[in-house]
Design a protein around this ligand. Sequence first.
Ligand code: ADE
Length: 245
Amino acid sequence: MRIAIMGAMVEEIEPILTKLDPTLAPESELSQIIAHMQHIKLHTIAGNHYFEAKYKGHEVFIAYSKIGKVFASLTASVLIEHFKVQKLLFSGVAGAINEDLHIGDLIAAKRLCQHDLDITAFGHPYGYVPEGKVYIESDATLRFLAQEVAKERGIELKEGTIATGDQFIADPKKKEWIRKTFQADAIEMEGAAVAVVCDAYDIPFFILRSISDAADMDASFDFDEFLKSSSKISADFIIALLDKI
Ligand code: ADE
């Protein structure tokens, strides 16, 4: 099967690349990965790198989109249209909205919405545009397989609503507004864009995030500190999920 693994930032996909090419040293810089990879092929399209690898009979296409909904939509579209992927897995970090989520915890999106999409001036709900939907559900089979992985590892995998927008949220008032308006559990900047693209193409997708911060006053401080460790937690889980597909 042809499977995409996407992240937004290079830190989010580095642990996947170093796992898929064991000749690479863990925690390598991108330039080192590109210079030394032996089992991964590089493609560059529209300013983004796409890494092609083989894993247990699958052809895997790994990419980081860069931050935000526009870059995420571009990358997901290229993965589907050009690389013909049949499933898309997203790995990365998120800010916690639900108080039960702590740094390093995993959350799988059951559904995703765009918290910054606003044509309420025309009487529509937040997050809605005509011919669109406020919430897009991720693939139930991939979520089921992910719960099997969680059980085997003896960890809890929460499922919930992920809200996406082109803003890094570091403000308790904004966080509370997003929680109330969308019943959101976590917040990030790409998931719903990927969901819109996959839904339009009818490609099953799974969005996994490990918590890096609490989307409050300390968020940017926490983010810098926990980006790498939380990215690795999410990436390790995604590799285990790949084993089940
Ligand atoms: N990704 C990780 N933390 C985030 C936050 N606080 N806001 C938006 N995206 C994030």
